[in-house]
Design a protein around this ligand. Structure first.
Ligand code: ZN
Ligand code: ZN
Length: 77
């Protein structure tokens, strides 16, 4: 766990300060609720339907097409 020194954490998307009221955390990275959306289609996400690759967020559909498919040499049926 990173130490906090009273300063606000930085959003994993926009790098601006995140305060508790607007904070959502995924993979130990804080995000604004408004920033918590798919990078490809901008669909709003929540903790039940997001997928994450490093600090990049996707919906399940785009995680499949952008991350899984590109990391897989042979297509998986
Ligand atoms: Zn943000
Ligand atoms: Zn998407």
């Amino acid at each position: 766990m990173p130490l906090k020194f009273g300063g606000a954490e930085k959003c994993g998307i926009c790098q601006k300060s995140v305060y508790a009221a607007e904070r959502i955390e995924a993979g130990n990275i804080p995000f604004h609720k408004l920033c918590f959306k798919c990078r490809e289609c901008k669909m709003s996400l929540n903790l039940n339907n997001y997928a994450q690759a490093d600090s990049i967020l996707y919906c399940k559909k785009h995680y499949q097409s952008e991350v899984v498919a590109k990391n897989t040499q042979t297509p998986v049926l």
